[in-house]
Design a protein around this ligand. Structure first.
Ligand code: ADP
Ligand code: MG
Length: 598
């Protein structure tokens, strides 16, 4: 056995294995090259999922004959002028794409620079000399028979359809970050993408859809010289997968666990674990503070200060969500109810400073309504739950109280199906999901009480025994003192049960069995090192969910009006903890439309 240096052709084939994994990767590298070349118009044309042909034309700066010769050499790049990996400001920098593609396909490039156009071809790694050619502007790269020189790889390609859709994805991703560049993508003579040059949100609308554009919050944040821009959906516009989340660092599409975690963190108050917001975020950071060279396909990055980036993302998103107040996405109303409209924004930008929702109401001071629904009606939330019957006469239709009509959420008129409060406003009517609204209010109230350190617990008349497996019992007891701080008092009860003595008073009547079991699961999910304080919002969420007044309870008109006023005073009350709206509004003019009066 002799050790020897591999021939360049083989080295390039090996590199191609990493850099050009599949046709879409070739398209990605080529489109990135065009973007780096300053193109304003990029056209991609493929046949058979890119397997037989990939062709990319741009109107960028182009290459001279000499540059063409070097460009296809291994590790040749124009993009690291200062010979270091610290100042990468382009999408490419590894100088591997062209030689790799040349090694595994039949590649030809035509390019024009300084009024002269030249072509060069490479087949299975064998180079031809450059020759004069005809081209108006920029560069055209043609890759035929990708992987013909490495048959093993050919076998692993997916169907033409799957490859075409992967190529579409990769072009769309880049197009999101470069709205001012025109993109066109044609597959087997069929137009797949046609994106005129525009600005950010209209470009995102074309790719992510109108729902997104209509319900996106603009993100604009900065921390330590790093900027975060982009758009993120209102929590009420959410999806069952995180595939609609796009993230870019210095214009480069990346996938990053840190970012996914940060997005989760920002939305966890508003969405269930299996629901995900749609968003598109752009981070701009001094290249020296991020390592782009982690992955041959450049799809991953490493931040020098990950916690600061996390803070930036969580902070930026939360701020935007808070600014949106209790606005819920229009899609909810649009999809389900045609002309029902989404709630308007009642809140000023600063979370801590709700604007006075009563300022247009004559003779009413906001301070008149600062008493909490819970403190004023402790009896209601604590003892009358969940199924106390109120005399039938108070349950049905009631004339709205005039004084409340001008309030944003109006005057309660009736409760339907034991859960929906109907209220009348000056120009429409409102339907409140009582259960969802309650849950949110309890949650916000709990957070406030915890912050102020005045959680009150309430002894149970009959302590409740919850049976669980031994591990769950241990896990809960290991957090005994932390739980007590939150108002929940538990003790061991044999090996496989705990006994619950007191619960947080704020919760009212609690489904103790479910609450305790879910808390045990939560603690398991948090892991050992995390304190419940750090996960306060999660814990609160779990508690609020089991402590809230369920649907199915009759409310008196006064109780309904109290609930409405409380919602008006509470930020984020337009949605429940799972991102569903807590109320919808139907304007009079829309009702009139429904009846053909307009
Ligand atoms: P990298 O992009 O990492 O530099 P590549 O192998 O993709 O490596 O490209 C090598 C070089 O060829 C680039 O640095 C650039 O100078 C030149 N080049 C490639 N594509 C184009 C293009 N479309 N227009 C102008 N120059 C290009
Ligand atoms: Mg490149």
């Amino acid at each position: 056995m002799t050790i020897r240096h591999l021939p360049e052709r083989l080295i390039n084939q090996i590199a191609a294995g990493e850099v050009i994994e599949r046709p879409f990767a070739a398209v990605k590298e080529l489109v990135e090259n065009s973007i780096d070349a300053g193109a304003s118009d990029i056209e991609v044309f493929i046949r058979d999922g890119g397997k037989s042909l990939i062709q990319i034309s741009d109107d960028g700066i182009g290459m001279t004959a000499d540059e063409l010769e070097i460009a296809i050499e291994r590790h040749a790049t124009s993009k690291l002028p200062s010979d270091d990996l610290v100042h990468i400001s382009s999408l490419g920098f590894r100088g591997e794409a062209l030689p790799s593609m040349g090694a595994v396909s039949r590649m030809s490039i035509i390019s024009k620079k300084n009024d002269e156009a030249h072509s060069i071809t490479v087949e299975g790694g064998k180079k031809q000399k450059t020759a004069p050619a005809a081209r108006n502007k920029g560069t055209k790269v043609e890759i035929r028979d990708l992987f013909y020189a490495t048959p093993a790889r050919l076998k692993f390609l997916k169907s033409d359809r799957a490859e075409t859709s992967a190529i579409r994805d990769v072009i769309e991703r880049l197009a999101m970050a470069y709205p001012d560049i025109k993109f066109k993508f044609t597959a087997n003579d069929k137009d797949i993408i046609n994106l005129p040059a525009t600005t950010s949100l209209p470009r995102l609308q074309k790719i992510m859809g109108k729902d997104f554009a209509d319900n996106a919050l603009e993100i604009n944040a900065e921390r330590d010289g790093v900027t975060l821009k982009g758009f993120a959906s209102l929590p009420t516009l959410n999806r069952g997968t995180n595939k609609h989340q796009y993230f870019f660092v210095n214009g480069r599409p990346v996938k990053d666990k840190l970012v996914i975690g940060a997005i989760r963190g920002a939305y966890k108050d508003f969405l269930e674990n299996n629901r995900h917001p749609m968003l598109c975020l752009f981070i701009n950071i001094d290249p020296k503070n991020v390592d782009m060279n982690v992955h041959p396909a450049k799809a991953e990055v490493r931040f020098q200060d990950p916690s600061s980036i996390r803070g930036l993302i969580v902070g930026g998103l939360k701020h935007a969500i808070t600014e949106a107040g209790h606005r819920a996405s229009t899609t909810v109303a649009n999809q389900a109810l045609g002309s029902f409209t989404a709630p308007n924004n009642l809140w000023d930008n600063d979370y801590s400073q709700p604007k006075n929702p009563y300022r247009n109401v004559k003779g009413i001071e906001a301070s008149q309504y600062t008493g909490s629904f819970y403190s004023a009606h402790k009896d209601i939330s604590n003892t009358m739950l969940p199924d106390i019957d109120i005399e039938p006469s108070t349950r049905s239709y009631l004339k709205p109280e005039e004084e409340y009509i001008e309030f944003p959420l109006g005057a309660a008129c009736a409760q339907l199906h034991k859960n929906y409060i109907i209220s009348q406003t000056t120009d429409g009517l409102i339907v409140v999901d009582q259960h969802a609204a309650h849950e949110r209010l309890v949650y916000e109230e709990m957070k406030k009480a915890l912050k102020a350190g005045n959680i009150i617990s309430q002894p149970l008349l009959l302590p409740d025994v919850v049976e669980m497996d031994e591990k769950s019992v241990e896990r809960l007891l290991s957090r005994k003192h932390e739980l007590e701080e939150l108002g929940l008092y538990i003790d061991q009860f044999g090996k496989e049960a705990v006994i619950v003595q007191e619960t947080p008073a704020l919760l009212g009547q609690v489904d103790i069995q479910k609450l305790v079991k879910n808390l045990a699961d939560d603690i398991l999910n948090f892991g050992k090192t995390v304190t419940l304080k750090e996960k306060l919002e999660d814990v609160c969420g779990t508690m609020a969910c089991h402590g809230s007044v369920r649907s199915g309870r009759h409310l008196k008109i006064e109780e309904m009006n109290h609930l409405l006023r409380e919602m008006e005073r509470t930020p984020h009350s337009g949605q429940c903890n799972h991102g569903r709206p807590t109320y919808i509004e139907l304007k009079l003019k829309d009702i009139e439309k429904l009846f053909g009066r307009r």
